[in-house]
Design a protein around this ligand. Structure first.
Ligand code: NAI
Length: 343
């Protein structure tokens, strides 16, 4: 059986990390039928659309996409493709596990933290206008429906995966109505899960607490903007943006992508670390029920990280993006060739 997956390589370092990831995923022996599409500025130049209709139809059909980063112009230009895709397919839960890979020196060993970010509203609703020249307004939308849905997602995940503790992160001391509603929804859902400890922390304090002692947290649930910022902060615990995967999950579709952006400073130079997208690919494999393949890659990845010379430059190695992928595939081949695997 083969899996139909929509592939969006993105731009900047996107095509490089996507190609590396696809090669490694295919080396497991799992069969994929990739439906590949350009989005963003390149797509607009060629097709006159930032997200071509064919790409949207493909995601509707396959319900699973693997996506590289896409550049969003700052302070003008077209709206974020990422936000548009999340809203279009109601991918309301952004799931970001923050875990160390062995052998990478970081400030904090053995971090195991899960960030659940509401993905469809808050200040990312794109409702901005100029009231009068020199005054602009951005609307923060928080609804009971989306807040309850994301809280339930977090608690359900915790229950199924034996997680012990969830903190809702907020700024309800200032945004009493919007963040107040978010908290009320979280509290309501928390009551249905008495086995999971529930706590609340204000977002600015959370940043400080995280840096002082990330081990005090287990899972964090929060609205869109706080989740965006805090997940980058937490990426630094495990080596930086090159390591953190994410899944955008809805009731019908899922898009898997790295947390990092298109890194224009290193694009096209075979310098990018594909680990984050590859780890997103592992989340995708599990979503597709391919647990053995996911384990195969995870083991190989951990072995590669024992060899500094096989790593990319962002973590002090010598390898390029494609050589890094070769290294992971070599480790997978070696594992397949061991006597235990032959029988
Ligand atoms: P960025 O994540 O692209 O880069 C930040 C820093 O991390 C840069 O120094 C970059 O070289 C480094 N870096 C990022 N990924 C790396 C990797 N895989 N390997 C090695 N080094 C890596 O963030 P930035 O510069 O804020 O954003 C650039 C563009 O990406 C913007 O247009 C932004 O909107 C877009 N973006 C897209 C995302 C997506 O498509 N999901 C997510 C975040 C940003």
């Amino acid at each position: 059986m083969s899996h139909k997956v929509t592939l969006i390589p993105g731009d900047g370092i996107g095509p490089e990390v996507t190609q590396a990831t696809v090669r490694i995923l295919e080396a497991t022996g799992v069969k994929f039928e990739w439906e590949s599409f350009q989005v963003g500025a390149d797509a607009f130049e060629k097709h006159g659309e930032y997200i071509p209709k064919d790409a949207l139809e493909s995601i509707e059909r396959t319900c699973v996409a693997l996506k590289g980063p896409v550049t969003t112009p700052v302070g003008g230009g077209f709206s974020s493709i990422n936000v548009a895709l999340r809203q279009k397919f109601e991918l309301y839960a952004n799931f970001r596990p923050i875990r160390n890979l062995p052998h990478i020196p970081t400030r904090y060993p053995d971090v195991d933290l899960i960030i659940v970010r509401e993905n469809t509203e808050s200040l990312y609703s794109g409702l901005e206008h100029e009231v009068v020249p020199g005054v602009v307004e951005s609307l923060k939308i928080i609804t009971e429906k989306a807040s309850t849905r994301i809280a339930r997602f977090a608690f359900e995940y915790a229950r199924k995966n034996q997680r012990k503790k969830i903190h809702a992160i907020h700024k309800a001391n200032i945004m009493k109505l919007s963040d107040g509603l978010f908290l009320r929804c979280c509290r309501g859902v928390a009551e249905e899960y008495p086995e999971i400890t529930y706590g609340e922390h204000i977002v600015d304090n959370t940043c400080m607490q995280l840096v002082m002692n990330p081990y005090q947290y287990d899972m964090l649930v929060m609205e869109n903007l706080y989740g965006d910022i805090i997940s980058d902060l937490c990426a630094a615990f495990v080596g930086g943006l090159g390591f953190v995967p994410s899944a955008n999950l809805g009731d019908h579709c899922a898009i898997f992508e790295a947390v990092h952006g298109s890194a224009p400073d290193i694009a096209g130079k075979n310098l990018a670390n594909p680990t984050a997208l590859l780890r997103s690919g592992l989340l995708m494999l599990r979503h597709l029920g391919e647990f053995d393949a996911s384990l195969q890659i995870r083991n190989a990845l951990e072995k590669v990280y024992r060899h500094p010379e096989k790593l990319t430059k962002d973590i002090g190695g010598q390898a390029g993006t494609s050589e890094f992928a070769d290294g992971v595939i070599e480790e997978m081949d070696k594992a397949k060739a061991t006597p235990a695997a032959v029988h």
